[in-house]
Write a protein that binds this ligand. Structure first.
Ligand SMILES: [Zn+2]
Length: 264
């Protein structure tokens, strides 16, 4: 499942492939990816110039010449790639940009969505209204005001209304960087812990974005995925910091990786 970093990589790719251009051909291969949007509306939209590509949390937005906005949400297995043909495997929607080739919304499980919003609808788009600050903007005060003391920090950070774009992989990596136990509760963090967490969040994402740059993003357990993480997916191996053993357990319903020696 993409987190902030993967969506940002796709955004940067689209800036190269699509910005200030429009589609000269559109293929709607599977209408299930269209949410509250008709095939004719998305086709007309894709044939307009793209004026800006922005991201909030795990959502990507293409701002069009007439001020409407195409929303891309990748969910489990969605991604946007460049292809030489309009119908590579798992293609759901493809459009041809003459300077680049076919831009393809690929989605193996087809849970992702593409949606066209009017200017006013975009301003009121509910996921954006509810979304917390980006990791690079969040402050200790923001976190303290939204995380109740008894709540597990992991479930607080997975909540997109607390902070935008943080997912399960980022949690394991951030907890390792800040030396927090996987089940720590918000009330157990010291002032220094909160400060380190707020400092490490944007550094972590910048590092993952840099390591993930490429024409295609890969998800955990997908062919082509290289494990770029320090603890995530490394159970049984040695901690890169202290040499202790990396362990895993389920916390807040999802697996956490952590060093049994130097965290907490
Ligand atoms: Zn360690």
């Amino acid at each position: 499942m993409p987190e902030l970093a993967e969506v940002e990589v796709v955004r940067r790719n689209l800036v190269r492939w699509w910005l200030d251009s429009s589609a000269t051909d559109v293929r709607i291969l599977d209408e299930r990816v269209l949410s509250d949007t008709t095939p004719s509306a998305i086709e007309a939209a894709l044939r307009q110039d793209v004026k800006e590509l922005s991201r909030r949390g795990k959502y990507l937005f293409a701002h069009l010449a007439d001020d409407t906005v195409i929303v891309f949400h990748f969910r489990m297995t969605g991604k946007l790639v460049l292809a030489g043909v309009p119908e590579p495997k798992y293609a759901r929607l493809s459009w041809l940009v003459d300077k680049s080739g076919w831009i393809v919304f690929k989605d193996q499980r087809c849970l992702g969505e593409v949606r066209l919003l009017g200017k006013e609808e975009f301003k009121e788009y509910e996921p954006l209204q509810k979304m917390g600050p980006e990791p690079e903007d969040i402050t200790v005060e923001d976190l303290n005001s939204t995380c109740s003391k008894r709540r597990m920090l992991k479930s607080a950070l997975l909540d997109q209304s607390v902070v935008a774009g943080v997912g399960n992989i980022a949690i394991s990596e951030l907890f390792w960087r800040v030396k927090l136990a996987p089940k720590v509760r918000c009330g157990e963090l010291s002032d220094e812990d909160w400060e380190s967490l707020v400092q490490e969040m944007p550094l972590y994402f910048d590092e993952v974005i840099e390591k993930s740059m490429g024409d295609e993003i890969f998800y955990q357990n997908e062919a082509g995925m290289e494990n770029i993480f320090r603890v995530y997916g490394h159970a049984g191996e040695s901690c890169p910091r202290c040499g202790g053993e990396i362990e895993k357990m389920k916390v807040a319903g999802r697996v956490s990786y952590y060093c049994g020696s130097c965290q907490g």
